[in-house]
Ligand binder design. Structure first.
Ligand code: AMP
Length: 411
C-alpha cells in the first residue's frame, strides 16, 4: 500500500515524500482510514512503529478544509495529550514536519518551562495543541485555552500517563472537550486500567493492534548476568571495557541510581549523559541531543524519562536494574535492533531481582541467555537481603500539605 492509497491530500503527500517515507507502516495503514472516517480508535502500538504519523497525518487532513481562518480566528481543533515533555516536543516536531505545506499551526505546552511564552503563542491562535496534562489544566484555568472547539482528542502513551498518576487529569481534560469529539487512544500496553478508561470515554471504538516490536526479535541478543548488587558497577565497567561497544543506553530504576552511575562512568573517562525526571527540561533535551548527535555514546536513563523517545541505532541496552514490570523490559530492549539492525540487551540481576526474570521470561516467551563466565558471579544460594519494616512512630496522614508538596519524584 502507498500513502496515495490512503487518500491523503497533496500537501501531506509532499511532506511525507520529503521526509523520505516510501510506504505507510502497518499502524498507519490500519489507523489512518479509521481516523479519516471520524471513528474513535484504540490502538496498541509502541514508539518506533510510526504511530505519531498514524494520528498526525489524518488529523491534519481533517483540519485542512478550514485551515484558512484568519490567524486570530484560529480555534484549537485537535488536542494531543502526552505524559512527558520530551514526547510532547517530539509529537509537535512531527506535526510541524507534516504540516509544512499547509497553513495549519501547532504548538506545544509543558510544565517545567516558563509559562508566559506559551501564553503568547496560544493567544496568536493555533489549530493543534500538544500538551502535558498539568500545564494544560493550568492554562485552561487561567482562561488561556478554550477547548470548546476540539474535534479530535488524542491520548498518547495512555498506559504511561496512568502509571504517572494522571488519570484524574485525563478524565477532567476529556470532560472539558465537547461531547461530540473523536477520541484516539494510543497505548504501548493495554492493562486493565487503560481498558477501563477506554470503556468509559470512547464511543464504539475500533481496535487496532500491531505486534509488539522487538520483544522476541531475533535481532536482539538477550544476555543475563547474575551478579551481587554491590558488584554491578564493576561488572558494568568490565563489560564496557571488553565487550559492549557503540551507542549504549543504560537503564536504572531511580534518578539517584542514574546520577550515581553517571558520576562513576565520568570518572572512568566515558562520554556519558543522563536523563531523569528531576533534571530541568533544558538539561534533558541537551542530553538527548548529545546522544543523538553522538557527542556522547552512553545515555543513562530512568524508564519514565526515556519512554517513547525516538532514538535510532542503539547498539546495546543495559538493564543495570531489572524492571519489576515485565512490559518495561520489552520497552527497554525495543530501543535496540530497530529497523532491521542487530543489537544486544545486557541484564544485571541481583538476588532480590530473580523473581522479575521469571515474569519477564513468561511475557516474552523466551529464556534469556545466562552468561556465567564473568568476574563477579552471584552465589546461586544467595538470598535477597531482608529489610525489616521499621514503622513510623507517627500516625499515618500526619504529614502537612507543605511537606507532601515537597515530595520528590523518584523517576
Ligand atoms: P513513532 O513510532 O511515531 O515514534 O515513529 C518512529 C520513527 O519512524 C520516526 O523516526 C518516524 O519519523 C519514522 N516513520 C514514521 N512513519 C514512517 C514511514 N511510513 N516510513 C518510514 N519511517 C517512518
Amino acid at each position: 500500500m502507498s500513502f496515495k492509497d490512503l487518500k491523503l491530500n497533496k500537501p501531506l503527500l509532499r511532506a511525507v515524500a520529503e521526509k523520505g517515507y516510501d510506504n505507510p507502516t502497518l499502524i498507519q495503514e490500519r489507523t489512518i482510514p479509521l481516523i479519516l472516517d471520524k471513528q474513535d480508535v484504540i490502538a496498541s502500538a509502541q514508539t518506533g512503529t510510526g504511530k505519531t504519523a498514524a494520528f498526525a497525518l489524518p488529523i491534519l487532513q481533517l483540519l485542512f478544509d478550514k485551515q484558512d481562518a484568519s490567524k486570530k480566528g484560529k480555534k484549537i481543533r485537535a488536542l494531543i495529550v502526552s505524559p512527558t515533555r520530551e514526547l510532547a516536543i517530539q509529537i509537535q516536531d512531527n506535526f510541524k514536519t507534516y504540516s509544512t505545506y499547509t497553513n495549519l499551526r501547532s504548538t506545544v505546552i509543558f510544565g517545567g518551562a516558563s509559562i508566559e511564552p506559551q501564553k503568547d503563542v496560544l493567544r496568536k491562535g493555533v489549530d493543534i495543541l500538544i500538551a502535558t496534562p498539568g500545564r494544560l489544566l493550568d492554562l485552561h484555568k487561567q482562561d488561556e485555552i478554550n477547548l470548546d472547539y476540539i474535534k479530535t482528542l488524542v491520548l498518547d502513551e495512555a498506559d504511561l500517563m496512568l502509571d504517572m498518576g494522571f488519570i484524574d487529569d485525563v478524565r477532567k481534560i476529556e470532560r472539558l472537550c465537547p461531547e461530540s469529539k473523536q477520541i484516539l487512544l494510543f497505548s504501548a500496553t493495554m492493562p486493565y486500567k487503560v481498558q477501563d478508561l477506554a470503556k468509559t470515554i470512547l464511543k464504539d471504538p475500533k481496535q487496532v493492534q500491531v505486534a509488539q516490536q522487538s520483544s522476541t526479535s531475533k535481532n536482539v541478543g538477550q544476555a543475563l548476568y547474575y551478579v551481587p548488587k554491590p558488584k554491578k558497577i564493576e561488572l558494568c565497567l568490565h563489560l564496557l571495557r571488553n565487550t559492549i561497544k557503540g551507542r549504549i543506553i543504560i537503564f536504572r530504576r531511580t534518578k539517584y541510581g542514574v546520577d550515581k552511575l553517571e558520576k562513576t562512568l565520568l570518572k572512568n573517562n566515558y562520554k556519558v549523559d543522563s536523563i531523569h525526571g528531576d533534571k530541568s527540561q533544558n538539561l534533558r533535551q541537551e542530553a538527548l541531543n548529545n546522544f543523538k548527535k553522538k557527542t556522547v555514546n552512553i545515555l543513562i536513563a530512568t524508564d519514565v524519562a526515556a519512554r517513547g523517545i525516538d532514538i535510532d541505532n542503539v547498539d546495546a541496552v543495559i538493564n543495570f536494574d531489572m524492571p519489576n514490570v515485565p512490559e518495561t523490559y520489552v520497552h527497554r530492549i525495543g530501543r535496540t535492533a530497530r529497523a532491521g539492525n542487530t543489537g544486544t540487551a545486557y541484564s544485571f540481576c541481583s538476588a532480590d531481582e530473580k523473581a522479575y526474570i521469571k515474569t519477564i521470561q513468561q511475557l516474552i516467551n523466551l529464556q534469556l541467555d545466562i552468561v556465567e563466565d564473568h568476574p563477579y558471579p552471584l552465589d546461586p544460594k544467595a538470598k535477597p537481603p531482608i529489610h525489616k519494616k521499621k514503622g513510623s512512630k507517627y500516625k499515618k496522614g500526619r504529614k502537612s500539605e507543605a511537606s507532601k508538596k515537597k515530595k520528590k519524584r523518584w523517576y
